[in-house]
Design a protein around this ligand. Structure first.
Ligand code: 5GP
Length: 181
């Protein structure tokens, strides 16, 4: 059975809309970081799809690294607990850092991560996020490059999962009935 046309999914942002917005964000990043050789840091696993499209939309010299931090498990809630599961392989002193994240929800994860990276002596630390669930914010996190503001609904696709499923959808969707497969 097709996963992409699963009737239990309601498309909220189409693949075309995502790609159009990423082209704009990539142009903004290329303009702002020209000659600065920024380091894009993708937060695994959710941001991998956004990062791979965003870096190809930014026509400048740049580097790419990955980090993994704890967030949601198989359940639809945040624990507030932040742990670094995979750290950077390189020092970032003096580098211009652009953290690339799938979604900012409560902001707890990102506020911790941004402060952590700043404390390592980066020249600058900015944030690119595909989605902003602003209604749920508990910690203020400035998003320098934002894809879309979305309402407070649990979304999947384009890297985002529900119990490790749906990351491969080319669009963002809401799961209508989480108990249905
Ligand atoms: P925060 O610390 O901002 O509350 O949580 C951010 C992380 O929670 C995101 O990186 C993502 O992994 C997860 N998350 C928040 N909202 C959603 C959602 O609607 N769908 C999915 N799949 N993950 C979410």
């Amino acid at each position: 059975m097709s996963e992409f046309t699963n009737p239990n999914l309601e498309v909220s942002i189409s693949a075309e809309e995502i790609q159009k917005r990423i082209a704009e964000l990539g142009a903004d990043i290329a303009r702002d970081y020209a000659g600065k050789n920024p380091l894009m840091i993708g937060v695994l696993k959710g941001a991998c799809t956004f990062l791979s499209d965003l870096m190809r939309a930014a026509d400048i010299q740049l580097g790419v690294e990955f980090m993994a931090i704890s967030s949601y498990g198989a359940e639809m809630r945040t624990s507030g607990e932040v742990r670094i599961l995979k750290d950077l392989d390189v020092a970032i002193e003096g580098r211009h850092i652009l953290v690339v994240e799938d979604i900012v929800d409560t902001g707890l994860t990102l506020s911790y991560l941004l402060a952590n990276l700043k404390s390592r002596g980066a020249a600058s630390v900015k944030l690119a996020a595909l989605l902003d669930k602003h209604e749920r914010r508990e910690k203020d996190v400035p998003i320098d490059y934002l894809g879309f503001k979305i309402p407070d609904k649990f979304v999947v696709g384009y890297g985002l999962d529900f119990a490790e499923r749906y990351r491969n959808l080319p669009y963002i969707a809401v799961v209508k009935d989480p108990n249905m497969t």
